[in-house]
Design a protein around this ligand. Structure first.
Ligand SMILES: [Cu+2]
Length: 366
């Protein structure tokens, strides 16, 4: 317990030092956001994405979103593991926000009185002030408003970063999400031609570090702070107990598989706020993959497996050519099969024998 509170004190001091260091000086220029049309974006639970146009249908706007923080226990796996999940808008990962390059994103961050911890939000898409982290610290019962200009087109992570050990603890407790900043004229292929998608899914990968008791069973704790010390000890070994998509083992498989149809182009947005990942669609490919999630350069083509550096989100586009159930995994197959990092696409349509055919079903060797 003593160590836990010492750690908390150090974290709080670091957070304060960071805030002071980043307190804005005299403004270099006023925000150009005044006078722009303001649009409230309705955020939805992952793996779904908010309604949006792929090509901007007007001049830059101010996109208003509301993130309400929730500290609530979450069941992570069928092995009885639970965690005091820290969530934006009640989900792990937090909701996807969608904007176009040049838009302003105005975020109201709400920390309801029922919570127990200080939180904030650091947008990798933003410029300055710890990505907004220095300007958004909210204690339980407070809210803050941050506006930033989405100057770069890409997919970016956002996450809580209250300082010191609090940063990884909050992030691996689920407090991360992503924002999609589309080029105003939409996505382009490697030759610079327009690319459109028929569906988009947002897959947030989450590594969890859940403590076990002496009996080997996962421990339940009465509060996030009670869980913190033991979780930090598991975290220090850098060995997750679970690596999952959408907050829990099986959250995107079986009846929760992601639907698609043969011929549809599906944009897959894969975020990992803390750890490297290597997505692979078993039986398919990355037709187009934007490395690092950046849309300014040409996408890679015909990728078998692609890379998501920890602390980033990457976009891949695939047009399904065959029906069936596709596993979508991180191709560390131990994490995929044993720790939970598997999703599924359920694709309807007609089978193409030209692409694949079973020439002989299994039979005894003649
Ligand atoms: Cu937090």
């Amino acid at each position: 317990m003593g160590g836990m509170f010492r750690g908390e004190g150090a974290a709080a001091a670091l957070a304060l030092a960071i805030v002071l260091a980043w307190a804005p000086a005299a403004a270099a220029g006023p925000s150009q956001a005044a006078g722009l049309e303001r649009v409230r974006q309705t955020l939805v639970a992952p793996p779904f994405v908010p309604e949006h146009t792929q090509v901007a249908d007007g001049p830059p706007r101010v996109i208003q979103v509301r993130l309400v923080i929730q500290e609530k226990r979450l069941t992570v796996g069928p092995d009885g593991a639970t965690v005091w999940a820290m969530r934006y808008n009640g989900t792990v990962p937090g909701p996807l926000i969608v904007a176009h390059q040049g838009d302003y994103v105005e975020v109201t961050l709400v920390n309801p009185r029922a919570n127990t911890l200080v939180h904030n939000v650091d947008f990798h898409a933003a410029t300055g002030g710890l990505g907004g982290g220095a300007l958004t610290h909210v204690a339980p019962g407070q809210e803050s408003v941050l506006r930033f200009k989405a100057t770069r087109a890409g997919v970016f992570v956002y996450h809580c970063a209250p300082g010191g050990a609090m940063i990884p603890w909050h992030v691996v407790s689920g407090m991360n999400g992503a924002i999609l900043v589309l080029p105003r004229d939409g996505l382009k292929d490697a030759a610079g031609r327009p690319v459109r998608y028929d569906r988009a899914y947002y897959i947030g990968e989450q590594d969890f570090y859940l403590p076990r008791g002496e009996d080997g069973r996962f421990t339940d704790y009465p509060s996030p702070v009670a869980e913190m010390g033991d979780m930090l000890n598991v975290m220090r070994a850098l060995t997750p107990t679970h690596v999952v998509f959408n907050g829990a083992v099986g959250a995107l498989t079986g009846t929760h598989a992601l639907p698609a149809k043969v011929g549809e182009r599906v944009l897959i947005l894969h975020a990992q706020a803390n750890r490297d990942s290597r997505p692979h669609l078993i039986g398919g490919h990355g037709d187009l993959v934007w490395p690092g999630g950046a849309f300014a350069g040409p996408p890679l083509t015909d990728q078998e497996t692609w890379f998501v550096p920890g602390g980033s989100a990457v976009a891949a586009l695939y047009r399904f050519r065959q029906p069936g159930v596709y596993a979508y995994v991180t191709h560390n197959l131990i994490e995929a099969a044993l720790l939970g990092a598997t999703a599924q696409f359920k694709v309807e349509g007609a089978w193409d024998d030209d692409l694949m055919e079973q020439v002989q079903a299994p039979r005894p060797i003649p």
